[in-house]
Design a protein around this ligand. Structure first.
Ligand SMILES: NC(=O)c1ccc[n+]([C@@H]2O[C@H](COP(=O)([O-])OP(=O)(O)OC[C@H]3O[C@@H](n4cnc5c(N)ncnc54)[C@H](OP(=O)(O)O)[C@@H]3O)[C@@H](O)[C@H]2O)c1
Length: 208
């Protein structure tokens, strides 16, 4: 599968690109194509290009840009028409020593979906820090996915399952994306207050 990472030069985009390049063709997308090519050169098999080319050439796009950029005109639109688009965006603010979720209602994924009405938008990978993705072996973790149908969830699940030890879990429709995104500031506060180092999500089943 050809996966474009919009914002692939960032910390999260690069980590996803590096991990997914083991089983997919990765296109690092940047506002600056030279920066994209330089980053792609550090990832075996990846190539780099501007957002529009990356979006046109891909089967699936992962959007790993800051929340502040979600509504920017620089984001591709028509090029992503009819395609699966995965948001990893967490709207967050940091005030007086604590991380807070940045929206009163809705979610970054729903805003992205409104911006890309002809794409199938899901949210996933929100609660994994890049350090886990770039380990030699990714530990056993759960990836919560919100998407408007089980069919879209299964499309995302195929990508999650392409990384050994990651388990996709369906969290419900995109209107539940806020619940998924909100876990990230909670996790960051837990890590800071309890000095645990980076945390990521894993749910324990009674069947285990
Ligand atoms: N870092 C994490 O631990 C983590 C974990 C899970 C989810 N996330 C989410 O992933 C997203 C990216 O986080 P990050 O930590 O990777 O951020 P980052 O290192 O700052 O990278 C973001 C990338 O977005 C691109 N971008 C596009 N429009 C931009 C704008 N207006 N201003 C700044 N950058 C812009 C930039 O690429 P170009 O300049 O090359 O275009 C930049 O490299 C965020 O929404 C975050 O909530 C992050």
């Amino acid at each position: 599968m050809k996966i474009a990472i919009i914002g692939g030069t960032g910390t999260m985009g690069r980590a996803l690109g590096k991990r997914l390049s083991k089983s997919h063709e990765v296109i690092i997308g940047s506002r600056d194509p030279a920066k994209a090519r330089a980053m792609a050169a550090t990832i075996e098999g990846a190539k780099g290009s501007d957002y529009s080319t990356a979006a046109s050439e891909c089967d699936v796009a992962i959007v790993a840009i800051p929340f502040s950029a979600v509504e920017s005109q620089e984001l591709p639109g028509a090029e992503l028409s009819g395609k699966l688009v995965i948001s990893v965006i967490n709207p967050m603010k940091f005030e007086r020593g604590l991380f807070y979720y940045g929206l009163e209602k809705g979610s970054a994924a729903e805003i992205l979906s409104a911006r890309l009405p002809k794409s199938r938008v899901a949210t996933a990978f929100n609660n994994i820090s890049p350090e886990f993705l770039t380990k030699t072996e990714v530990p056993s973790l759960d990836v919560m996915v919100a998407a408007d149908s089980e069919e879209i969830f299964y499309e995302v699940a195929r990508i999650v399952n392409s990384v050994p030890n990651l388990r996709p879990l369906y969290a419900g429709p995109l209107s539940e994306a806020q619940a998924v995104e909100r876990v990230t500031p909670l996790m960051l506060n837990l890590a800071r207050k309890n000095r645990t180092g980076n945390l990521a999500t894993r749910f324990v089943s009674q069947r285990e």
